[in-house]
Design a protein around this ligand. Structure first.
Ligand SMILES: [Zn+2]
Ligand SMILES: [Zn+2]
Length: 332
């Protein structure tokens, strides 16, 4: 539903987050225009403001909106869980056959909206990457807790928006966290990870296998660097009952390898799990927004510091080229 006459809610776009997905679509790596159209409006990380009262919202309310819409053919989608779509024929705002949010006004199905509290304000633009983390962590914990499990040590690989948010989420969950990335210690990203109480590890100085030697096997590993070899290596970084959750993407054509016994012995004898997770259920969005609120209260500067560049839409190229944690396009 994208028509106001059909009960859609009219939303003024305030800010749209930009990420690697947008960059790859703009470079033609993927992304599909709506049926019968040549162009695809980008933008899947919305912060907007409701323009008129209705559908349970008041003018001025801050909202974000889910990205994926069901395929109309499978049980998961019929049950409101397109994140677990069984056919893969879903459509996605700003990615696959549905225009995105990077436009002045968006009309959205009220059922796809998620309220952003006033206290969170502009930081609500982080809701989409936060929802990815919320789902990934929820699934990893569910997998871990299928048997006796007392997780304490978590490793996050990658210090982009997903890695950074996952670091803070896991700190909120009470994990002892190591955040690993290629950048040197002392960079703004390293400082931002450390501010959560996590330990920052530069993988140039300390390769991940050496970190595993030090700490012991990790109970939970989140891969958010988007490197297929590293994703496979996660199996060897886990401890007994450990769960690895893959959130990055790596489309390079390549072969990746692993020592046979890590897969053939350790993964089996130690009940390890490696799982992938994409997109998010609307309940994950709500959980993510509430957790962003917790982070804002506990670390008042952290979320603002993640948004390193805000530019007007005409400067989208700067946003795409930005190599900090998160860049956004500001519409109003
Ligand atoms: Zn994104
Ligand atoms: Zn489906």
């Amino acid at each position: 539903m994208t028509d106001a006459a059909e009960g859609g809610v009219r939303i003024r776009t305030l800010e749209v987050g930009v990420c690697g997905t947008d960059r790859e679509i703009s470079e033609g790596a993927f992304g599909i225009a709506p049926d019968g159209e040549r162009d695809l409006v980008l933008g899947h990380e919305l912060l907007g403001e409701v323009m008129e009262d209705g559908a349970g919202y008041s003018a001025g309310d801050l909202v974000t909106a889910t990205v994926r819409r069901g395929c109309g053919a499978c049980e998961a989608c019929a049950d409101g869980a397109p994140d677990a779509c069984g056919t893969g024929r879903y459509i996605e705002r700003g990615i696959t056959r549905l225009h995105g949010f990077a436009r002045e006004v968006v009309i959205e199905d009220p059922n796809e909206l998620v309220a952003i509290p006033r206290t969170l304000g502009r930081l609500g633009v982080l809701a989409e990457p936060a929802s990815i983390c919320a789902r990934g962590i929820r699934h990893a914990l569910a997998a871990g807790h299928r048997q006796h499990w007392r997780p304490r040590h978590a490793l996050v690989i990658g210090s982009g928006a997903i890695g950074m948010l996952a670091t803070y989420f896991l700190r909120v969950e009470g994990f002892e966290v190591w955040t690993a990335s290629r950048g040197a210690a002392g960079t703004p990203r390293a400082e931002l990870a450390s501010a959560s109480g996590a330990r920052y590890v530069s993988t140039r100085q300390t390769p991940l296998p050496a970190l595993r030697e030090d700490v012991g096997g990790f109970d939970l590993v989140i891969e958010a660097a988007g490197d297929a070899q590293v994703m496979l290596d996660v199996l060897g970084l886990l401890g007994r009952g450990g769960v690895g959750c893959l959130l990055g993407l790596d489309s390079r054509r390549q072969r990746v390898s692993i020592d046979g016994p890590v897969l053939g012995i350790d993964a089996v004898l130690e009940n390890r799990v490696l799982l992938g997770s994409v997109n998010a259920h609307i309940d994950d969005w709500r959980a993510a927004v509430s957790r962003l609120g917790v982070i804002r209260e506990r670390w008042p500067q952290a979320l603002e510091a993640m948004i390193g560049l805000r530019v007007t839409p005409d400067r989208f190229a700067d946003a795409f080229a930005f190599r900090g944690v998160k860049a956004t396009l500001v519409f109003e």
